[in-house]
Design a protein around this ligand. Structure first.
Ligand SMILES: C[S@@+](CC[C@H](N)C(=O)[O-])C[C@H]1O[C@@H](n2cnc3c(N)ncnc32)[C@H](O)[C@@H]1O
Length: 276
């Protein structure tokens, strides 16, 4: 295992511990097909050099690597040294030889100008206080005609539990608030086409990403695994009370046991911009 200085670890609001690492792996599984479709629309292809910005432990990176092939390369960037250390292990375990990684802040991207054919950022811009700086850095690093595919939240509060539950709505609102307190924005997707256009991209594709899950579906566990990790954080930040946490947990258990229940994921968007 790669050694790193844990005191230098840059943790985003959701943390970078083992539980978050596992959650990101599961999250990638349930959103992998949607992601692959976005890559296809962005025309990521063999031989290209593609950036995975805010790559985390590299679950998407490891899928992108076979897509760009041995004549292409994936450039993975994240601020978390711990996640990059996991990425290094994943890349070695899969025998991938076309991945390079850099510890960098997405808002101060330091890659050679016009060195990329494509760039991808999933659930990253929503955590960055200055999305314009991130987009400008990606624009600079892309060659003219290069494509930037972004997958992010557009309206987190649209998360819908059915039958309705005030306890769930309360925790959803607190989660959005916690992200804002850390400089992020779970509705960043609404501004993305505007910001990308202003930065010098032609926005060629905007699609809603919304799915329904029922108890027993793998996707039902996506918010469940998130809140298992995050309820203690919301409590610690005093954004919910212990009673509100308990009401949420009780509701979640009741809905999970109810075959007529369903949830609608928060509204997300897939946006593709082509560098002018
Ligand atoms: C929800 S995770 C998503 C990881 C990965 N993109 C995926 O979809 O599996 C958010 C990631 O963004 C990274 N991140 C947050 N702020 C960042 C910044 N300013 N620069 C680079 N990475 C950042 C975090 O360290 C974390 O790995």
């Amino acid at each position: 295992m790669t050694q790193f200085d844990d005191t230098a670890e840059q943790e985003y609001v959701l943390g970078t511990d083992a539980a978050e690492l596992r959650r990101l792996g599961f999250q990638h599984q349930v959103w992998a097909a949607t992601t692959a479709r976005l890559w296809e629309l962005a025309r990521f292809a063999p031989g290209q050099r593609v950036l995975d910005l805010g790559c985390g432990p590299g679950y998407a990176t490891a899928d992108l690597a076979p897509l760009v092939g041995t004549d292409g390369e994936v450039v993975a960037v994240d601020v978390s040294r711990r996640f990059l250390s996991s990425l290094e292990q994943l890349v070695a375990a899969r025998g991938l030889h076309n991945v390079q990684w850099h510890e960098q802040d997405a808002a101060a991207l330091d890659l050679p100008a016009e060195s990329l054919h494509g760039a991808f950022a999933r659930w990253v811009l929503c955590f960055t206080p200055d999305p314009s700086a991130v987009i400008a850095g990606v624009h600079r690093a892309l060659a003219p005609g290069g494509r930037f595919a972004v997958f992010d939240y557009a309206n987190y509060e649209a998360f819908t539990m059915a039958p309705a539950s005030a306890a769930v709505d309360r925790v959803i609102a607190a989660t959005g608030q916690s992200v804002r307190l850390h400089g992020g924005d779970f509705s960043v997707g609404r501004n993305l086409p505007h910001l990308m256009h202003a930065a010098g991209f032609d926005v060629t594709h905007i699609e809603p990403i919304v799915r329904v899950a029922r108890p027993g579906d793998a996707l039902w566990e996506w918010p469940a695994t998130f809140f298992a990790n995050y309820l203690p954080v919301l409590l610690e930040l005093q954004l919910i009370t212990a009673e509100e946490r308990d009401a949420f947990v009780a509701t979640w258990e009741a809905r999970t046991a109810d075959p007529s229940a369903y949830l609608v994921t928060p509204t997300m968007v897939g946006v593709i911009g082509v560098k002018r």
